[in-house]
Design a protein around this ligand. Structure first.
Ligand code: SF4
Ligand code: SF4
Ligand code: SF4
Length: 352
């Protein structure tokens, strides 16, 4: 791969040709704030926070959409750049409804983070507070367009990553807003409730309904694990507070899902804490299922398998593997059927 060399903030940097200035800086540990850029949705060129100065180029340049070239000399942190970034963030804060104290995104909001980085306490512009109705029609997602900064990440995620093609930018001027289908409430639209848009949203404009009021980001512990639902084995993060899962997100940057999840993987975690969940084996006694110990259940099962094998031969028994089990468990089940029971009657639910 061809490499190029350039200077960013006085540091000589070598990167693979084709990278944007933003990526070249990131790879070298130089922070350039952004709001619309996300590695998964790519350059958007919408928020203009990532502007930099490139010597021998007029004006400020948008670093997420300008390719880094050999010999470029770039400055990312001059007074002019900081003033420009501050002005943009202050405009965002003045045009919307940003009450961080009550916002679910407080602590993980990228707008808040950039404002803090730039030392902005409040907007110098007159605040024109929006008062758009909050869309709570979806069973799992709350849409509050008063907090939307029109970064287009959700639109790119819905259309290009999950290819559900629900979201778009509608209307013009000050009325511009993200819409579902032909401006339907999300719960009445063709939304597949995958939550990809929520995961990509940099602010509190899109939030998980079930997590509202359950705990701040800094109060939760994040545990990475595998989704239990199907054989794809998506990587998920469990956000846990007081031993309770309050939210599930996809793990970015890793196979097989790169942060994306389906409705079950992202929102179907209530079963973990369900009081109806089976905690011990059940055995039918006198026509009724009764809780028994594992020893009793295993002894009974072994006895019945022996009886059936003796009476009808090993091929009267079949073993069906489970798509929710790990490979190792399915392997052991297969070995048990072939080596212990003595039959090749082995199958798997995912094959049918
Ligand atoms: S979206 Fe961000 S900036 Fe706006 S209220 Fe929520 S935390 Fe504050
Ligand atoms: S939840 Fe999924 S399908 Fe629905 S709008 Fe968001 S990205 Fe699109
Ligand atoms: S809803 Fe969120 S992701 Fe979508 S445009 Fe607004 S701020 Fe960006």
């Amino acid at each position: 791969m061809e490499k190029i060399a350039l200077h960013i903030d006085g540091k000589l940097i070598q990167v693979v040709k084709g990278n944007s200035i933003l990526n070249a800086a990131r790879q070298s540990g130089i922070y350039i704030p952004t709001l619309c850029y996300h590695p998964k949705t790519g350059q958007a060129g919408k928020c203009r926070i990532c502007v930099v100065e490139v010597e021998r180029m007029p004006g400020l340049q948008v670093s997420c959409s300008l390719e880094a070239k050999n010999g470029m000399v770039i400055h990312t942190n001059t007074e002019r750049i900081t003033e420009t970034r501050k002005m943009i963030v202050e405009l965002y804060l003045s045009n919307g409804k940003h009450h961080c104290i009550s916002c679910e995104a407080n602590g993980v909001c990228e707008l808040q983070e950039v404002a803090y980085y730039l030392g902005i306490e409040k907007s110098d512009f007159p605040v024109v507070e929006k008062d758009l109705p909050v869309d709570t029609s979806s069973p799992m997602i709350i849409r509050d367009m008063n907090k939307c900064i029109q970064c287009y990440r959700c639109i790119a995620g819905c259309n290009d990553i999950t290819v559900n093609e629900v979201l778009d930018m509608g209307f013009r001027g000050n009325k511009m807003a993200v819409i579902c289908d032909t401006n339907k409430p999300m719960g009445k639209s063709s939304c597949a409730v995958c939550g990809e848009c929520v995961q990509l949203c940099p602010t509190g404009a899109l939030t998980e309904k079930k997590a509202v009021g359950k705990g701040r980001a800094w109060e939760t512990e994040k545990t990475e694990t595998t989704c239990p639902y199907c054989g794809v084995g998506c990587r998920i993060n469990l956000h846990v507070k007081d031993n309770e899962i309050i939210k599930v997100t996809g793990v970015e940057d890793v196979e097989p899902n790169y942060g994306a999840l389906c409705i079950k993987g992202r929102f179907g975690y209530d079963f973990v804490h369900s009081p109806d969940r089976l905690k011990s084996p059940l055995l039918r006694k006198d026509g009724k299922l009764k809780e028994v110990s594992w020893e009793e259940a295993l002894d009974f099962t072994a006895g019945r398998l022996s009886e059936i094998k003796k009476a009808h031969g090993p091929d009267a028994i079949v073993g069906i593997g489970c798509a929710r089990s790990v490979n190792e468990s399915n392997y052991v089940m297969m070995k048990f059927m072939r080596a212990v029971i003595g039959t090749n009657n082995v199958d798997h639910c995912a094959r049918t």
